[in-house]
Design a protein around this ligand. Structure first.
Ligand code: IMP
Ligand code: MG
Length: 185
């Protein structure tokens, strides 16, 4: 039987409109352009949730950007992190001696980003800075330094603009709070 899915109706409340997301990204891009002026960046996009964010952020950058992708295990059909991070797709580029900008959709417990920062440093990156569109500070279990945070949000499960629940709702052009009835059976 087909699962219940009502794209907009499953969203309880809009948290950030498309316009609000754009302005958050331009503010962040300005800082990155200043901090990396005259340098080259390798933007490492964490698949799949960061796809939309990375695509908009990168287009707002005026510095020289090379792109690479990495993928780690997702939550699956759950809204809570399992804590163990499994690498599903590794980098294609040699990042040794390079300035890396790691692009993430949201930081929750901090497990994913602390694991990936270490992974990139082990690969010889000269520097690793992190850009995360959203952050849920109240959920942090591991202290990770995130140089660029778009917005801090409360402990709510959000979807849209790349963020998913069980691989769905990524295509929303806004970010909204998912109705708990969708994942509480
Ligand atoms: P962490 O390892 O606990 O920091 O989790 C980070 C990952 O959890 C992100 O890359 C997201 O894929 C996922 N995540 C955390 N909170 C949310 C949410 O509210 N909506 C969708 N995905 C989330
Ligand atoms: Mg993710």
């Amino acid at each position: 039987m087909q699962e219940m899915f009502n794209l907009h109706e499953d969203v309880q409340e809009i948290m950030f409109t498309k316009q609000e997301i754009n302005s958050i990204i331009y503010t962040m891009a300005d800082k990155i352009n200043t901090d990396f002026a005259g340098k080259e960046i390798i933007a490492v996009v964490i698949l799949k949730g960061s796809l939309m964010f990375a695509s908009d952020l990168i287009r707002a950058l005026s510095v020289n950007v090379k792109l690479d992708f990495i993928q780690v295990s997702s939550y699956g059909a759950s809204t809570v992190s399992s804590g163990n991070v499994i690498l599903k797709k590794d980098l294609d580029e040699d990042i040794s001696g390079k300035n890396v900008l790691l692009i993430e959709d949201i930081i929750d417990s901090g497990n994913t980003l602390s694991h990936l920062r270490e992974h990139l440093i082990n690969r010889g990156a000269k520097s690793v800075k992190i850009a995360s569109l959203l952050s849920k500070p109240s959920r942090r279990e591991i202290d990770v330094q995130v140089e660029y945070i778009g917005a801090e949000i409360p402990d709510k499960f959000v979807v849209g603009y790349g963020l998913d629940y069980n691989e769905k709702y990524r295509q929303l052009d806004y970010i909204g709070i998912l109705k708990p009835s969708v994942y509480e059976k």
